[in-house]
Design a protein around this ligand. Structure first.
Ligand SMILES: Nc1nc2c(ncn2[C@@H]2O[C@H](COP(=O)(O)OP(=O)(O)O)[C@@H](O)[C@H]2O)c(=O)[nH]1
Ligand SMILES: Nc1ncnc2c1ncn2[C@@H]1O[C@H](COP(=O)(O)OP(=O)(O)O)[C@@H](O)[C@H]1O
Length: 182
């Protein structure tokens, strides 16, 4: 696989679900843990799902050059801590970033050799059902994610490959094939 892989796709498409299964099957892959100013959801753990930062602490990290990329999404800031990614790449370990569109565009400029994959939902209706079904977001947050989903879907052609997450097992096999994993 390419040393650095970026996975992007609208909120609720199943990125987290797919990535968790991919990592279970391929423990050699290192998944970057992002920083965010969003509130933790029930069950989310500091340092595991995200590093949860105040806006002030996040902005200080931006000023110090501590993020490889960062972006605002649905009213919150998200960023990839630079050092651990650079360390893993230096060690030759495959690195995976699961980030939104603006961040993927930044990585495209700074790491042109990265492999960029876009995950599509079967339909917008199914995307909304998944976000609502997950039951983690307020109505306002769901609306912001659905608005953003239209923008992200319109940018899918910018990516090296796209796949549809309809049947999870099929999508997982396609993901492995895209990443040259056996
Ligand atoms: N640019 C960027 N986007 C991120 C980062 N971490 C997560 N995201 C994206 O931020 C968006 C919102 O993530 P989250 O609040 O966890 O919501 P969810 O995608 O609905 O589960 C998703 O598209 C994530 O891929 C990051 O470090 N940088
Ligand atoms: N292939 C699939 N078919 C049906 N539901 C799915 C599928 N993949 C994921 N889901 C469900 O959709 C919801 C959103 O998935 P999640 O992984 O949280 O998305 P994302 O990380 O892209 O925001 C979750 O409830 C998850 O169980």
């Amino acid at each position: 696989m390419s040393r650095l892989t970026v996975i992007t796709g609208p909120s609720g498409v199943g990125k987290g679900t797919l990535v968790a299964q991919l990592l279970a099957r391929h423990p050699e892959i290192w998944l970057s843990v992002s920083a965010t100013t969003r509130e933790p959801r029930a069950g989310e753990l500091e340092g595991q799902n995200y590093f949860f930062l105040s806006r002030e602490a996040f902005e200080q990290t931006v000023a110090a050059g501590g993020f490889l990329e960062w972006a605002e999404f649905a009213g919150n800031l998200y960023g990839t801590p630079r050092q651990p990614v650079e360390d893993c790449l230096a060690q030759g370990r495959p690195v995976l970033l699961e980030i939104e569109l603006e961040g993927a565009r930044q990585v495209r400029r700074s790491f042109p050799a990265a492999f960029q994959l876009f995950i599509r939902p079967p339909s917008l209706g199914e995307l909304e059902r998944r976000i609502r079904g997950r039951g983690t977001d307020s109505d306002a947050a769901i609306q912001r994610r659905l608005e953003r989903a239209r923008v992200e879907l319109a940018a899918a052609e910018e990516f090296d490959a796209t796949l549809v997450n309809d049947d999870l097992e099929v999508a997982l096999r396609e993901l492995e094939a895209c990443m040259d994993l056996g």
